[in-house]
Design a protein around this ligand. Structure first.
Ligand code: FES
Length: 164
């Protein structure tokens, strides 16, 4: 699934930048350094803002296009910060065959937040995830870690009302 960038403003602190520069300096000459650099950058910032990708590009000499390609391809990398309410719908096989794709579409529609994005006010983030390890409850989603199972598209409205 193609990830989208949101318009949520990037707010990084000087301390975060200092940590990032130290990580890059330590790893940049090692083979296969980009994955660990991106993982540690995400640990520092909670996601991989384009501003952070630009710093990594500048300091490693790898093109921003290539870095963005990696960050957007792998599901463990987040291009957007979690919303106040972080909604993750499982698209693993057990959930998908029971209609989690429809649930995800319905959530995106009701909140008007594209899948893989965070609303501009930072309130909601909506993403698809791999198996959450609760296949017996399929289809499953979590909102800030709270698990909802045996979901139907028609449940979405009632559940979202709890997160206004
Ligand atoms: S496939 Fe969804 S929890 Fe396992």
């Amino acid at each position: 699934m193609k990830k989208k960038l949101t318009t949520v403003a990037f707010q990084g602190t000087p301390e975060q930048k200092e940590k990032l520069l130290a990580v890059i300096e330590k790893l940049k000459d090692q083979k296969g350094a980009m994955m660990p650099i991106l993982q540690q950058a995400q640990d520092i910032y909670g996601y991989l803002p384009i501003e952070v990708q630009k710093i990594i590009a500048e300091k490693t000499g790898v093109s921003l296009e290539e870095i963005f390609g990696i960050a957007s391809f792998y599901s463990m990398f987040k291009l957007n910060p979690d919303g106040k309410y972080a909604i993750s719908v499982c698209l693993g096989t057990a959930c998908y065959v029971k209609g989690s794709g429809d649930v995800l579409d319905e959530i995106s529609k009701q909140l008007n937040v594209p899948i893989g994005s965070t609303s501009a006010d930072g309130k909601y983030s909506v993403e698809a995830t791999r198996c959450l390890g609760a296949c017996g409850l399929a289809p499953v989603m979590t909102i800030n870690g709270e698990v909802y199972g045996s979901l139907k598209k028609t449940d979405v409205k009632t559940i979202l009302e709890k997160y206004q």
